[in-house]
Design a protein around this ligand. Structure first.
Ligand code: PGA
Ligand code: ZN
Length: 417
């Protein structure tokens, strides 16, 4: 069996928002891999640049003219060498040359092609025989902030985390029930509710943050009782999008309230205590490591997670570790470009006791590779929505992995909770 790269084929396809994105096929002497890149809407400032000047068309041209000839003849088994070659061809520090999404699609397609060349599934190829733990699905049920249009909560995401489930399929079932119950409750509360959903398939309704908290708390409690395991929940505040630099305040438009940093801290501590939140992502803007650290210090049994704060970047993570800024990190491979870079960040995070949360993007494709990455890299949580095609593609792939593993499969233990 040989994994020598013969060719790369690149094409333009669309993500779930109908935006153009890049898909890459990697063909080896005895295998094949395909991957496509997602896109964020509330992006971190420190993320790599998605595309070179000229967008997806230019990315494809670069793959055809520059990258495919360079990678042909290399061995797909050596992921680091492939990813280093991508950095060399790019020649910048933020993938401005070839595009981070270009690098992402090639990097993932290469890993898939290598696994396929050996007759293995990706999670087996990357994780070996110890990759038997399924992540707990963190599912977006109500959208607000930049992910919603019109009147909606100020907080970007209200997320279910059924951490008491003993199997992935049960956890995923709980999330669908919680999502459905919330939809029913929203309709009951306001007959004008039209059933609108965001890009991530979460409900978009004319309610405020408090209504959203009450709705998800009730649904999680009911489903937890019905299924007989703990269903927690949390939020992604995506606070960089609330923060107004000039005023040095977090602006809650819907609530018509402005909070300075101290008030934001107090607000979050109160929410965590009142609703027993188990997960809080990006509670402060992306440069405020100090306030992250304050919150992490002052709360117990709650994951304080950095997304825009870290952007899957190992240097930013090191800064966070130094300042004890958080206890969890979002992993979005396309924030940093290659699998090798993301793996380095994940390993560093885990070494320092951080919970790694493998994540989709709001604009995503039906590419399901993050399901395999979560299992291969032992991420205790995967954040990938509850409904909508691009989300279900990942959820269903995890159901398949659990089925494939049979009685070797186990659920991740969320130690902090
Ligand atoms: P995205 O954000 O729109 O950048 O994918 C989702 C998130 O903030 O987690
Ligand atoms: Zn986020």
């Amino acid at each position: 069996m040989s994994s020598i790269i013969e060719d790369l084929i690149a094409r333009k396809i669309f993500n779930s928002r109908g935006e153009e994105t890049v898909e890459v096929d990697v063909i080896t002497t005895s295998g094949f891999g395909r991957a496509s890149a997602p896109a964020g809407k509330s992006r971190g400032k420190a993320e790599v640049v998605y595309y070179p000047q000229g967008g997806v068309d230019q990315a494809i041209k670069k793959i055809d003219d520059l990258i495919a000839p360079e990678l042909a003849g290399l061995n797909a088994d050596f992921q680091e060498e492939i990813d280093n070659t991508l950095h060399e061809i790019d020649g910048t520090t933020n993938f401005k040359g070839i595009g981070g999404n270009t690098a992402f699609a090639i990097s993932l397609a290469n890993a898939e092609a290598a696994a396929n060349s050996h007759g293995l599934l990706l999670f087996q190829f990357l994780g070996g025989s110890t990759a038997t733990t399924l992540p707990c699905p963190l599912g977006n049920c109500i959208s607000g902030g930049q992910h919603a249009r019109g009147k909606a909560p100020d907080i970007q995401e209200f997320l279910a985390l059924p951490h008491g489930a003993e199997a992935f399929l049960e956890a995923a079932t709980a999330n669908t029930l919680i999502h459905r119950k919330i939809g029913d409750a929203l309709k009951k509360k306001n007959t004008l509710f039209s059933g609108g959903k965001s890009d991530e398939g979460a409900w978009v309704a004319n309610i405020n943050d408090t209504d959203a908290f009450e709705a998800i708390a009730k649904a999680c409690e009911e489903v937890g009782n019905e299924m007989d395991f703990e269903c927690g929940f949390g939020i992604d505040a995506a606070a960089s999008s609330l923060w107004k630099e000039k005023e040095e305040k977090y602006i809650y438009e819907r609530e018509e309230k402005k909070r300075d940093t101290a008030e934001q801290l107090e607000f979050l501590i109160d929410l965590i205590e009142k609703y027993h939140l188990t997960y809080v992502e990006d509670p402060f803007h992306e440069e405020d490591y100090e306030s992250f650290a304050e919150l992490t210090k002052k709360t117990k049994n709650c994951l304080i997670c950095g997304d825009d704060l870290f952007t899957t970047n190992n240097e930013r993570l090191n800064q966070g570790i130094k300042q004890k800024a958080a206890n969890a990190i979002i992993i979005k491979v396309n924030q940093i470009g290659t699998l090798t870079d993301a793996a380095e960040t994940m390993q560093n995070a885990q070494k320092h006791g951080y919970t790694t949360v493998m994540s989709h993007r709001s604009g995503d494709t039906c590419d399901w590779h993050i399901a395999h990455l979560a299992v291969a890299f032992k991420c205790p949580i995967i954040k990938t929505g509850v409904v909508e095609g691009a989300r279900i593609a990942k959820i269903n792939e995890l159901v398949r992995i659990e089925h494939f593993l049979g009685n070797r499969a186990e659920m991740a233990d969320l130690k902090i909770l």
